[in-house]
Ligand binder design. Sequence first.
Ligand code: GTR
Length: 322
Amino acid sequence: MKKFLFILIATLLLFAGCAKKQQTIVLKASDDHPFGYPTTEGLVYMKKIIEEKTAGRIKVEIYPSAQLGSEKETIENTQMGIIDINRVNCAPVAEFCKEMSVFGLPYIFRDEEHQWKVLNGPVGEKIASYLQKYNLIGLTYYDSGARSFYNKKRPIYKPEDLKGLKIRVQKSRVMIETVEILGGSPTPMAFEEVYSALQTGVIDGAENNIPSYQYTKHCEVAKYYSLDEHTRIPEIVLFSKKRWDTLSPSDRKIILEAAKESTKYQRKLWKEYVKKSLNEIKKAGCKINTVDKKAFQEAVKPLYKKYEKEFGELIKEIQNVK
Ligand code: GTR
């Protein structure tokens, strides 16, 4: 009898163990853009791969359009494990992980090719690995193109033209300092508030890539888009370290690989979306102009002096990528 009981209990425990192993894992994912935008669609792609590879054992629920809060809030909630996957821009992330600021330095990337060599190489990996100190895991980078200034008042050709303009920036020190050094008045504000701030005149302009400028309809209220391309700060897909630590190595591998795979897809979508939104803004009667880029590059040099003290090594490592 004793023996029978023992076998029964052991079998039950074994079943319970298996059942636990098979438990469904639900991952909450956030993005501040709507479905249809390349970043959110990147997450949709990643979700598909994860759910397929785990036969639905891991499910990903995507909350688009800043439903889970502004970037700063969602990053905090990712640190706390309330949000599991979070696609955000590296500018607000740099407020948590200061090493990431170097990606926001104006003109740190010579061009798109240089940028992706850095992001996909050891420097990109190293900077992402610093996130762990701040309870975050960096899964992969996404494309965000280049950010330029736009405003309601006039075209910007040279840094002096920014004088007196109130320019909304992301909540990020490097972005505030960039606008300052170029002569504008930086106004940090959440992305979701920019449209009405432009409309009511709280700000004169902002800065962003063409897709974000277009679909948010900022282009309807601020017609001058000046292609200074001062930063190519990328997007990143974060994972909560708190949650990550509870996952099995094989699940982590699936998630990481799905994320990396989704970058290839997102970058393809990005290129198409840029073309489409460029057409749209032209149709909407926006005035796009080129600028004296050399003058901008010259004007931001003192910022490098400032950041050299803290991040000189990282800056050099990025610049040395050929
Ligand atoms: C976009 C980015 C958003 C957000 C926004 C902003 O390009 O994709 O996540 O950072 O810029 O300016 O706040």
